[in-house]
Design a protein around this ligand. Structure first.
Ligand code: HEM
Length: 298
């Protein structure tokens, strides 16, 4: 899908390229993963504004610290629309199989197991939306913010774009777009000397493990030259993130193209604080207004 990612990124950047100003979140970091997932799910172009509403509805509640009642009601109305639409699409694929993910999910079989039932398939689609959109948006936004905050880093990466993947990994480690996830203890155990009883709910913080000083020398420093130990931003083990490589590649292409096409990237209002999501589970800027000049072809 790389050429497709590149095409989407090119189109998004072209849409604000001449203006000399943009919001990195609204104009690039949010629409990129959303468009990618919509294409994977086969959502037609004309339905994109609705798809965006559904995506926002699903992610709004994740770890939200305060949410007005009307927003909660609106959120569930959108969620229903999403289920209705994809229930109908699954029925269509059942009647007329196509070469797409929905048909693949209907046909998926594991040795000796029953096919997935519709509610399982719908939950998987939700998982793509919730797990894949906001997190990737946060990664692209956080990486761009770090570059703007550190002109030396920006110059270094601009001069050698092969450093972009290492920059993305360090942003994943330091910013951890998914800060943590809940686990239910299935038996009495101990984590870091702390007893955990069977049935207890614990919030496992990848973000904290990513700054473990026993594991990462100078854990708070962004280090793109040496090879850092593997971080936990995508989890670990059986449930490791399914979309890790998708997210990595999207972010790498977005940041590389940004640096190739925009020069003098700066915060539009240097005195203004960048707003963040109000969530304990997800971390990322909600808006990054920037100014820039176009890179001139040499
Ligand atoms: C920067 C972007 C992303 C981050 C930081 C991230 C992070 C995570 C984390 C921490 C987990 C939990 C792992 C565990 O339970 O141990 C996870 C699981 C998952 N992620 Fe991601 N994710 C990202 C992007 C994506 C994308 C793009 C998709 C799909 C399109 C995706 C789909 C999933 C799914 C399906 C799971 C559940 C896997 C399972 O339980 O077997 N994620 N992700």
């Amino acid at each position: 899908m790389e050429p497709e990612f590149q095409q989407i990124v090119d189109e998004l950047i072209t849409s604000f390229h001449d203006a000399g100003q943009a919001d990195i979140v609204a104009d690039l970091a949010m629409p990129l993963p959303m468009t990618v997932i919509a294409r994977i799910l086969g959502v037609p172009h004309e339905l994109m504004p609705t798809f965006k509403q559904w995506t926002i509805a699903f992610t709004k509640g994740v770890g939200a610290l305060d949410m007005p009642r009307e927003d909660i009601i609106d959120m569930f109305a959108r969620v229903d629309e999403f289920y209705d639409y994809f229930t109908e699409q699954l029925a269509k694929r059942r009647a007329e199989p196509a070469d797409d993910l929905l048909t693949d999910l209907l046909n998926a079989r594991m040795d000796g197991e029953q096919p997935l039932v519709e509610s399982e398939i719908l939950q998987m689609l939700v998982q793509f939306l919730v797990a894949g959109n906001e997190t990737t948006t946060n990664l692209i936004a956080s990486t761009t913010k770090r570059l703007i905050e550190d002109p030396e880093l920006m110059a270094k990466v601009r001069a050698d774009l092969s450093l972009v993947p290492a920059l993305i990994e360090e942003t994943l480690r330091l910013e951890a777009p998914a800060q943590g996830i809940f686990r239910l203890a299935t038996r009495d155990t101990e984590v870091g000397g702390q007893p955990v009883a069977e049935g207890e709910l614990i919030f496992l913080m990848y973000a904290s493990g990513n700054r473990d000083q026993d594991f990462f020398p100078d854990p708070d420093e962004l280090e793109i030259d040496g090879s850092r130990a593997q971080h936990l931003a995508f989890g670990r083990g059986e449930h490791v993130c399914l979309g890790a490589n998708l997210a990595r590649r999207e972010a790498q292409i977005a940041v590389t193209t940004l640096l190739q096409r925009l020069d003098n990237l700066a915060f539009a209002d240097a005195g203004e604080k960048i707003p963040y999501l109000r969530s304990f589970a997800l971390r990322g800027p909600t808006s990054i207004p920037v100014t820039f000049t176009k890179v001139t072809e040499s």
